[in-house]
Design a protein around this ligand. Sequence first.
Ligand code: MRU
Length: 345
Amino acid sequence: MTIRTIEWKDNVLIMIDQTKLPNELVHIQFSDYKDVANAIKNLVVRGAPAIGVAGAFGLALAALQSNAKTKDVLIQDLETAKKILFETRPTAVNLSWSLEKIMRIAKQSQTISEIKESVIDTAKQMADDDIKINRTMGKHGSQLFDNNDTIMTHCNAGALATVAYGTALGVIRATKESGKNIKVIATETRPVQQGSRLTAFELKHDGIDVSLIPDTAVGYTMANRLVNKVIVGADRILRTGYVFNKIGTYQVAILAKQHGIPFYVAAPLSTFDLKSNPEDVIIEQRKGNEVTHIGEKKTAPDDINVINPAFDMTPPQLITGIITEVGIAKPPFEDSIKKLFQAKK
Ligand code: MRU
């Protein structure tokens, strides 16, 4: 059984507290949408698809919390909650995608009880769809990987970044399930260590062969032919194929290009932003103490200036293919991404 990150039971949202991993596997129960917003902000739940579904359930809780007696007041309450949830993390587009979708459904419903019911049902459907999409994406992507491949991944685009199964790690799981023998190299992913805390944890949990490297060993492992393919997730993909993902992804992609190693991205269509240009995308800047400390331990001088961007942008010329639930986009990406969206209709 792979890990399930988000669950909805008896009108309560239950999520794994990812800040406690890998030392403790603890679940937290939420019945207030403001606590969900704080959980997203503080990385209790993280990863683009997981943030999207958590936001949707946040709105479901807001609907249940509202004492509104008219449809207009309930929609107002949901708009307030949407704003608070939306402002938690700016880069992953899945959050605005899911919040907008829930609001559309809410506005189409007529009565207060219909709105509450439809918001909850849509959030539940999004969670179920996330797992189905990841499994389909995994099947498509597994064709690109061969027996005895060693696959590098950066950050955590696994079950813990989704409802279950994962995007990039979903492709890795599907490749293994198809009977191929594969190994994984996970980068530690400083400063928050999603690679060592989360990817290493969940792959080990599932019995997948995984080795951990410091981020600084990416060049070494590629130059020494210890890795032959790379796969990562994404927080936002533009129509031209620019990919925003965890800080450090760009460096990994450049090194892969230098060593002739295929570099793949796996993401659902809800991660695509077909409207924005690269300069429109807000890169989240996080607190300095993520860099000046490792856990509780201070590893930098007092009052040092810190630059701590959470994401970077990888240009399309470094990307071999983008794996989605409706197929694989190959360069030139503007054309192939357009075709994927046409195929979805
Ligand atoms: O800051 P995080 O941990 O939310 O960043 C997560 C990533 O960058 C993931 O690679 C991305 O969201 C894809 S998750 C399927």
